[in-house]
Design a protein around this ligand. Sequence first.
Ligand code: NAD
Ligand code: MG
Length: 336
Amino acid sequence: MATVYREGNVELLSGKVAVLGYGSQGHAHALNLRDSGVEVEVGLREGSSSWAAAEDAGLTVRTFPEAVRGAQLVAILLPDHVQKGVYERDVAPNLGPDAAVLFAHGFNVHFEQIQPEPGHDVIMVAPKGPGHRVRQLFEAGAGTPGLVAVAQDASGGAFDLAVAYGTAIGCGRAGMIATTFAEETESDLFGEQAVLCGGVCALMQAGFETLVDAGYAPEIAYYECINEMKLIVDLIYEGGFGHMRDSISDVAEYGDLTRGQVVIDEHVRTTMRQLLEDIRNGSFARELIAEEEAGRPRMTALRRMAARHPVEAVGSELRELAGREGLLGAEAHVRS
Ligand code: NAD
Ligand code: MG
């Protein structure tokens, strides 16, 4: 088992913490830090729509350069694709000589888009949950698990500083696990590409298309291949694969145990290893960065195509028609 860190010394955060961005992670970190007794300033773009929300929550809001100046630690909680620009323009020129720089995801540091000068601690605290959960659980006296890592230890105390920050935002209550920027970044990209987002959506869509192409009603195909996914995943989340299999019928379980590996066969595993290799050797990152620099032509076209796929129309029709009753119906079916 990995070592789990629960309680850092929050007093290590004795200076000002600048939280750049007030989105999903930013608002949660800023409010949790403040409630843990840390001096916080939120940094935003001039004219940012979040400015009023942060002030209404009782936080001090400044422009990026103002928030960075004099900060002991600067938490960069902006969308990953804008971090490099903001870092070069507003952070680096205003960063105190001993200030630490913190990220919630390793992409920009690991792929060398942002390289703070050697004098700065570069750390990561990545809560394993969306920002609203990080705040909600903290307010309820609980916490979100988190990953902590050090990319650059200038002070000799970078790891303790990361654990202190993780404790202040509530991750300590659920436990923090040490990782590296490489491990967090590569595993995160792989997970979202091969399994969580890319793999799962493509699997559901291919199942839907297979049934529809064979003449089954799109509505039936949607329920079977897409809607019920949540019910199965909820059971796995609750108690693992075994618990899910206890809850489905023996017919479903026999089909699962004998046919799952036929779908996800050696060919798919070879493809997964190739995706992982493209992540590790930087070719995925280079592609993504070039796409961003070109103004996202491919992403825009793919988004448009995905929105036009029949699966979306069927889903929206079913949600409208059946609403909550439909979902409950599907649940009863799975558990029968
Ligand atoms: P987000 O998309 O919610 O945006 C954060 C904020 O950045 C915005 O609210 C805004 O204040 C500011 N912003 C947006 N566009 C900007 C621009 N062009 N220029 C300047 N400021 C701009 O971001 P997020 O999802 O909170 O992600 C922040 C970091 O946390 C990322 O590194 C992400 O990978 C990481 N992370 C996110 C989650 C998550 O669940 N969302 C989980 C773990 C880690
Ligand atoms: Mg991810």
